[in-house]
Design a protein around this ligand. Structure first.
Ligand code: FES
Length: 107
């Protein structure tokens, strides 16, 4: 099932926002033509990733600098330089763009 998240216009280019989708907090990032949607809470101690740093398609948590790949949620670096295996991967969603709207696939 496709669920509308927000409009493309809501997300600054090369930026990210936090969207509350019926109680589910999501991170929506736009990098050039690409759009990524993931859970907004870091898998370490729930840092708000929308307040972190976006470097290409990698987001860095503002609390302890863990880094996640937005393409698949893979952990590139754990908190405070810990190995990537020290925290779970980030949940990401399949994104569909229809017109100016961003949708995700919900099971
Ligand atoms: S809460 Fe994100 S690295 Fe600690």
């Amino acid at each position: 099932m496709l669920v509308r998240v927000c409009s493309l216009k809501d997300v600054p280019e090369n930026g990210m926002i936090r969207v509350d989708l019926k109680g589910k907090e999501l991170l929506v990032a736009r990098i050039g033509e690409r759009v990524y949607v993931a859970d907004v809470w870091c898998t370490h101690e729930e840092g708000d990733l929308s307040l972190g740093l976006l470097e290409g398609d990698v987001v860095m948590c503002p609390l302890h600098r863990a880094r996640f790949k937005l393409s698949d949620g893979g952990v590139l670096e754990g908190p405070d330089g810990e190995p990537p295996e020290s925290i779970p991967r980030l949940r990401t969603y399949t994104v569909k763009i229809q017109g100016v709207d961003i949708y995700i696939e919900e099971p």
